[in-house]
Ligand binder design. Sequence first.
Ligand code: ATP
Length: 240
Amino acid sequence: RRRLVMLNIQGVHTFYGQIEALKGVDIEVQEGEIVTLIGANGAGKSTLLMTICGNPRAASGRIYFDDQDITDLPTHDIIHRGVAQAPEGRRIFPRMTVIENLRMGALSTEDAYFDDDMASVFNLFPLLQERRNQRGGTLSGGEQQMLAIGRALMSRPKLLLLDEPSLGLAPMIVKQLFAVIKEINEQQGVTIFLVEQNAYHALRLAHRGYVMATGEVIMAGTGGRVARQPEDSRRLPGRR
Ligand code: ATP
């Protein structure tokens, strides 16, 4: 079966004032894929994810989701069409309980879905069920990341955008988290676009990968090919 291009980013430029953070980015994510975007600090990865959601806006270029041009749509409209993001730094609501946080993710869906959708999140993350009445701020870093992903899933996305889910987590927790990301993709059929600095795990998980540097895509390929490349380039003279 021919796969559909779910997310199509064409020649996108994004500015912060005078700073050109994205300099003509082309990226494609097909339905059913896990695609990983790696790159150093400041490469523009977070800016790209935020631009997909319309904040900041692309200054030029186009972004298509499910063949619809979403470049100039308001953020809530983009989310309503099936895009959800677990942002960098998790951004959970610290004073709200786990259940209240999940409810915030479900604002765009029918109330009737809530119980089933929450059960499905608890099925992926049993720890969240145990902590369901605890405030978000009292959770560990790993649990907060699970909550951020769970909250994003509550909007029933077709495309899940994850910004550095492994940031600051112990290797053991990272491994578990990536296993669940794979499960979300394989069992729930959610397409995943994942931004990471933790290249090793993220590329092993991915069907395809892209590498960004200073606002541009400098490499694309299968997860394995991209995984080998950064090691090679680290051995180039003048780089550590
Ligand atoms: P990180 O892993 O640190 O999040 P990144 O690859 O996600 O890095 P971005 O955060 O997208 O990179 O940053 C891309 C560029 O845009 C950097 O030069 C950064 O300094 C700049 N930048 C990011 N956010 C802002 C902002 N709010 N105002 C001005 N410049 C910004």
